[in-house]
Design a protein around this ligand. Structure first.
Ligand SMILES: [Zn+2]
Length: 266
């Protein structure tokens, strides 16, 4: 049994029993934790808006021995991050980060470095950095911290750094030059421009649309290869990349998209 106080960021939540919710939290001290928020679906819940995705809280968590689920006994909001949820474009990118946080972290595996990286990425967005660059940079860092070393700067077989017609091979987690590529390799072409963009990524880097689309494709295919899952929030992000008018959607459509994302990232 434990009763612990820890800072944590809400990843997602889903209904549980009569009026309760299970909240998936990435905590500073305990890693990814599933915890029941009793009565949180009731109108006058003591939790209020503290269990919305992206909210940073000081949680009090109680857990019985052998139980998969902790119980949230308290949640004091430190950062509501409401502005990250209000703007649809911002939320699309944040939803992708949340989905990657969920897929790439196993339950009850503490990783304060990942916690600080995620909190820092959200802060960079709030401070007006480049939304796509912060998101992809965070996902590359998350992959590295989770033990997936991706190398885009030299051929995974012959180590040359100077190659034409590169292909990304998820099995190796790196690119292959055309000389090393065989038909048996599962791989996809990637442009030199996209690789250069990955090298230049920082929180202010202006990523062009084509490179962003290629980077999205690489990450999507890598996650699919490693975890057998499609990144569902990519579908919403593609709409932003391919149709700038999507941000002009009427309120009804917006609500549908938001509930779509929330359901998708369960
Ligand atoms: Zn090679």
């Amino acid at each position: 049994m434990y009763l612990k106080r820890t800072e944590g960021i809400v990843i997602k939540s889903y209904d549980f029993g009569e009026g309760h919710r299970v909240v998936v939290i990435f905590t500073h001290r305990l890693g990814k934790v599933r915890a029941v928020a009793k009565g949180s679906r009731k109108t006058k819940s003591k939790f209020g808006a503290s269990l919305e995705p992206l909210t940073v809280n000081e949680f009090m968590l109680y857990r019985k021995p052998g139980s998969e689920l902790a119980i949230i006994t308290g949640a004091d909001t430190l950062l509501s991050n409401l502005n990250l949820r209000e703007d649809m474009k911002t939320y699309y990118y944040c939803a992708l980060m949340l989905e990657c946080m969920d897929i790439l972290n196993t339950d009850d595996d503490p990783h304060p470095v990942i916690y600080n990286l995620f909190k820092g990425a959200l802060l960079d967005i709030k401070q007006g950095g480049s939304l796509p660059s912060i998101t992809w940079l965070f996902i590359f860092r998350l992959l590295k911290q989770a033990g997936y070393r991706l190398d885009f700067f030299e051929c995974g077989k012959c180590s040359t750094k100077n190659f034409k017609n590169p292909h990304f091979a998820p099995e190796e987690g790196s690119v292959y030059c055309s000389g090393c590529l065989s038909k048996r390799d599962l791989s996809w072409p990637v442009s030199g421009e996209a690789l250069l963009s990955i090298k230049k990524l920082d929180s202010d880097y202006k990523l062009d649309k084509k490179s962003q689309s290629e980077i999205g494709n690489i990450i999507q295919k890598f996650i699919k290869y490693e975890f057998g899952k499609n990144l569902k929030s990519m579908k919403f992000l593609d709409r932003i990349l391919n149709n700038n008018n999507s941000v002009e959607m009427n309120l009804k459509k917006r609500k549908n998209v938001f509930s779509g994302i929330n359901n998708q990232v369960k």
